[in-house]
Every structure is written in structure tokens, then in C-alpha cells.
Design a protein around this ligand. Structure first.
Ligand SMILES: [Zn+2]
Length: 72
């Protein structure tokens, strides 16, 4: 499987499971990587597919100028 493009963490070892939601197509998982990147992955028939991946929230990323802040 692939690795996180931000920190290189293996995608098959999610650091933290945030939530899971059964859907008609499978189970949708939200996970958070070691770098803070949030991922949505869908488990269908024993295969996990990452459908979307957020950017890590951290001081090293370019800070938005609008004052948007992510507290966690
Ligand atoms: Zn990462």
C-alpha cells in the first residue's frame, strides 16, 4: 500500500481512527495520520481504498491568512 505523502507513514497503519460509518458501498473510515493529515478510506470486500486525504495541520504548513485555525 502507499505511504503518506507528507510524513511517509504507511497508510495501512493509521495512527488514529476517528470514526467509521457503514454505507451502501462499504465502511467509510476517517483516520488521522501521525502528521495530522486526515484521511477518508472506504473498506469494501476486504480492500481499503483512500478516497481523500487532507493536508497536515501544523506550524510547518503555510498558514492561511484568513485566520482559519484548526484546534485539536
Ligand atoms: Zn502523514
Amino acid at each position: 500500500m502507499s505511504d503518506c505523502p507528507y510524513c511517509g507513514w504507511p497508510d495501512d497503519e493509521p495512527v488514529r481512527n476517528l470514526s467509521e460509518h457503514p454505507t451502501g458501498d462499504g465502511v467509510l473510515f476517517w483516520t488521522r495520520c501521525a502528521c495530522g493529515s486526515v484521511q477518508a478510506r472506504v473498506l469494501t470486500g476486504g480492500t481499503v481504498r483512500i478516497v481523500t486525504r487532507g493536508k497536515p495541520a501544523g506550524p510547518r504548513t503555510a498558514a492561511p491568512r484568513t485566520g482559519t485555525r484548526v484546534d485539536c
